[in-house]
Design a protein around this ligand. Structure first.
Ligand SMILES: Nc1ncnc2c1ncn2[C@@H]1O[C@H](COP(=O)(O)OP(=O)(O)O)[C@@H](O)[C@H]1O
Ligand SMILES: [Mg+2]
Length: 168
């Protein structure tokens, strides 16, 4: 088997919405142009919640709308350009091409919900750094107001050591 020294796994419990936001905030200072943050999980799992906390931490003020309908929202933050992308409504590859994601990745980072629909150009080995995050809804506990999530993270390339630092 090939040695994949820079591949890093982590599992985290996100006890509530604030924990999900706190994780997004932690990612912000490690984000670099050329990074792909892939957010997987069912509807309502917390993908947009995490993405918004990350973007807010980069200094974006005002509303951070979900890109569900616009498919892409671009932010010129004080640190770097970030494109927040939601591919849920994409039906074929030509629609993805129109979004200009390759250009956006040349000068900034991509934060992508429903990344299963991204082309091979954005696969872990093809980009500088990629962090795959999968959010899973947990069964509700005794208090229905508290919704726990499980977070499974895999860091590739430059995101291997960065994930290790964030989760240690
Ligand atoms: N632990 C948690 N992490 C993230 N969101 C949570 C959590 N607990 C409850 N929520 C709620 O779940 C919803 C998640 O919505 P959203 O982030 O838009 O999901 P997605 O983008 O994955 O469809 C929000 O209404 C949020 O308040
Ligand atoms: Mg969403």
């Amino acid at each position: 088997m090939p040695a994949v020294a820079d591949l890093q796994h982590a599992e985290l419990d996100l006890a509530d919405e604030a924990a999900t936001q706190a994780f997004g905030v932690r990612l912000a200072s490690y984000l670099e142009p050329g990074d792909v943050i892939a957010l997987e999980g069912d509807l309502g799992a917390g993908k947009s919640t995490l993405a918004r906390a990350l973007i807010r931490e980069l200094g974006v003020e005002g509303e951070i709308p979900s890109p569900t309908f616009t498919l892409i929202q671009q932010y010129d933050t004080p640190y770097l350009m970030v494109a927040h992308v939601d591919l849920y409504r994409i039906e074929d590859d030509s629609e993805i091409e129109e979004l200009g994601l390759e250009d956006a990745l040349d000068y900034g980072a991509l934060v992508v919900e429903w990344p299963e629909r991204l082309g091979r150009a954005f696969a872990p080995g093809r980009v500088k750094g990629r962090l795959n995050l999968t959010l899973t809804l947990e069964d509700k506990g005794e208090d229905p107001a508290i919704e726990k999530r499980k977070l499974s993270a895999v860091g590739y390339g430059t995101w291997g050591p960065k994930l290790a630092r964030i989760t240690q």
